[in-house]
Design a protein. Structure first.
Length: 633
């Protein structure tokens, strides 16, 4: 018998996972998610460590990086890697988690007058606004006011500060009773049951009043003004404290002014001492959530990825030169998808006028792909410069964590002063904490760039040796999904330069047939119409591109573990398994994309080829007589 080649063994492994995760007792025409994913949890034997493909990849990536950092030889390493290593060591060296240490350091670094540092609080003047601003510098956001940076509507290369009411993740969230209890416990300051109850009542009543302000109308909407024209002195002072060397001539965007006026009034009805106590608790909770969950080696590696993403992207590429070599392949795959989509657009099934067609084609041909979010010219040197002001101490976790949070906020503000390059090789995108940590590809709408983290080029998502059927049904679908984001409801309002163009969007949606399809998809799940469009049309794009490249595969049989499967079925199974999770987890709703189970069902239900391949009878749940498809030939 001849030895298996690497290619054979990789594809066997994929087939084994595929077959072992299925529940063949399920009916593919009734619930394809159950059929494709029913045994995924048992096969992967997970215990809360990961719950679908992306978190599985992240978990193993963290483990691998942790092992590497634990035994890393520091000789000849660039300084930014040594800094990341120091942070990792400080996390690993931490014996007991004492969150109050954060407040002690913050007090010291910023010369703050915080409430927790006064035994006798009478007669002390608490400056809640300064404390709020300082905490913002250390990453706290969305308490009373949300301060972010965004691209100017009319010029995507210019970044401005945006002040708004809390809107991220569905807006301001009331503190959870159990979370507060947990937080107080970690402080290791015994609290009487009655005093805890009093504290909870106070916070709860205050937050209810805050939350009520959400209902205020914003007749003016988003407006652009100069800092010196800001009519609310408290916000002006807040900005001066948050942004170093604030230029009064600088333009900022502001939204929800009525809210911002009312919230200031509301806060001032309370004792400043109470507001400061509230802020301290919010800050500690923010550190608790943002920090490593259990200080295991994997958690520490994950936290290093979160806080120093570019250093870790670089390190991962050093550890995996074979994946760096694979970048060209990913670019080819991307081009195939773009070409196929371009052909579909040229068919112009909706009869868009010349200008509209040009708008779409122009946007498509200007979408760029960036594999690995790093500058590709003088990478090491650029990263050394980027991290140059950072000083880490391998024995001071709290100090390091705070310094990194401040560094990341400052970096965001530094980008206010220069124009963003359109050259994806020159540049790298600033990633928020959730993004730096995650292996999920994403689309930067205002830059018209799809970013693929190198860590996503691993199983079960990708393998250089995997057959095209596996590549296109998994990473291919993810790329297609991100490309379609440029052409979803939000995406159509942005032109190829990343500038907003609402007139264009209205014109497209006014096309009766196109508008009807859009409406049909909105009906599937109104809260996440963009995601539905990206899933439904992304699946079609990936599927058609694969079969266009492999016309011979249509009607072919692939034997997996001795059992015959139509190649089309293999495509649908592997696509679905990207979303598989343990049964207990299928009800966890991700705000952004909706339930994984529904993502699989909705995408397949609206794809006629699916029910045809499975011979789903009329009336079965996975077959719809009328499907909603926005982008098709
Ligand atoms: Zn998406």
């Amino acid at each position: 018998m001849r030895a298996h080649t690497l290619k054979e063994s990789v594809n066997r492994k994929i087939e084994k996972t595929l077959i072992s995760s299925m529940n063949t007792d399920g009916d593919p025409c009734e619930d394809f998610y159950e059929y494709a994913c029913g045994k995924w949890g048992t096969f992967h034997a997970v215990e809360n460590k990961y719950h679908e493909a992306i978190s599985l990849v992240d978990y193993f990536t963290n483990k691998e990086i942790a092992r590497y950092l634990k035994f890393m030889n520091r000789e000849n390493k660039p300084s930014f890697v040594l800094k990341a290593h120091d942070y990792f060591l400080s996390c690993q060296n931490l014996a007991v988690y004492e969150p109050l240490e954060y407040l002690k350091r913050l007090n010291f670094y910023e010369n703050l007058n915080m409430r927790s540092h006064h035994r006798r609080r009478l007669g002390v003047k608490f400056d809640w606004l300064r404390i709020l601003a300082v905490m913002r510098k250390y990453g706290l956001n969305g308490i009373f006011v949300e301060e972010i940076t965004l691209q100017r509507n009319d010029d995507a290369t210019v970044t401005v500060i945006d002040l708004d009411k809390p809107v991220k993740n569905g807006g301001f969230q009331l503190t959870d009773y159990d979370d507060l209890k947990l937080l107080i416990q970690t402080l290791r300051r015994p609290m009487h049951r009655k005093s805890f109850k009093d504290l909870w009542d106070q916070i709860n009543a205050f937050e209810y009043r805050l939350k009520n302000l959400d209902l205020l109308d914003d007749p003016e909407g988003n407006i652009l003004i100069k800092v010196k024209e800001l009519s609310m002195p408290w916000l002006k002072r807040y900005l001066e404290l948050v942004v170093d060397e604030l230029n009064p001539e600088m333009e900022i965007s502001i939204q929800n002014k009525p809210y911002l006026q009312k919230v200031f009034k509301l806060i001032n009805e309370y004792e400043p001492g109470f507001i400061c106590k509230y802020l301290e608790l919010c800050f500690l909770w923010h550190l608790n959530v943002e920090g490593p969950p259990n200080f295991t080696l994997e958690d520490c590696a994950g936290s290093t990825r979160t806080l120093m993403p570019y250093a870790m992207h670089w390190l991962f590429e050093q550890m995996h030169p074979e994946l760096v070599k694979e970048m060209r392949e990913i670019h080819k795959m991307f081009e195939q998808l773009i070409n196929h989509f371009s052909d579909s657009l040229k068919n112009n099934t909706y009869n868009f006028d010349y200008e509209q067609s040009q708008f779409l084609l122009n946007k498509l041909s200007n979408i760029q792909l960036k594999v690995g979010n790093l500058p590709r010219v003088n990478t090491e040197e650029k990263l050394n410069v980027f991290y140059k002001d950072l000083v880490m101490n391998p024995f001071d976790f709290y100090g390091n964590h705070l310094k990194l949070l401040k560094f990341n906020t400052q970096t965001m503000h530094k980008r206010l002063n220069y124009r963003i390059s359109r050259d994806v090789d020159e540049f790298f995108y600033l990633e928020g904490s959730e993004i730096g940590f995650s292996s999920s590809p994403y689309f930067v709408q205002r830059a018209n760039v799809v970013i693929v983290p190198v860590t996503s080029l691993q199983l079960p998502i990708y393998h250089p040796e995997a057959d095209d059927i596996f590549k296109y049904s998994s990473l291919g679908f993810l790329l297609a999904h991100e490309i379609i984001h440029g052409f979803d409801y939000t995406g159509l309002g942005v032109d190829y330069n990343g500038n907003l163009n609402n007139a264009q969007l209205e014109g497209l949606v006014n096309n009766t047939r196109f508008g009807r399809k859009m409406h049909c998809l909105r009906y599937v799940n109104p809260a996440i119409i963009d995601e539905k469009i990206a899933d439904v049309s992304g699946l079609r794009l990936a599927y058609e591109t694969y079969f266009k490249m492999h016309p011979e595969a249509h009607g072919q049989i692939r034997y997996m573990h001795g059992r015959p499967y139509d190649v089309e079925k293999v495509f649908f199974l592997n696509f679905s398994q990207f979303f598989c999770g343990p049964v207990s987890n299928t009800l966890v709703d991700t705000k952004e994309h909706g339930l994984d189970r529904d993502r699989v069902r909705d995408a397949l239900k609206h794809f006629e080829e699916f029910s045809a391949v499975y011979f789903c009878p009329r009336g079965s749940k996975m077959r719809r007589e009328k499907t909603c498809q926005l982008w098709r030939r």
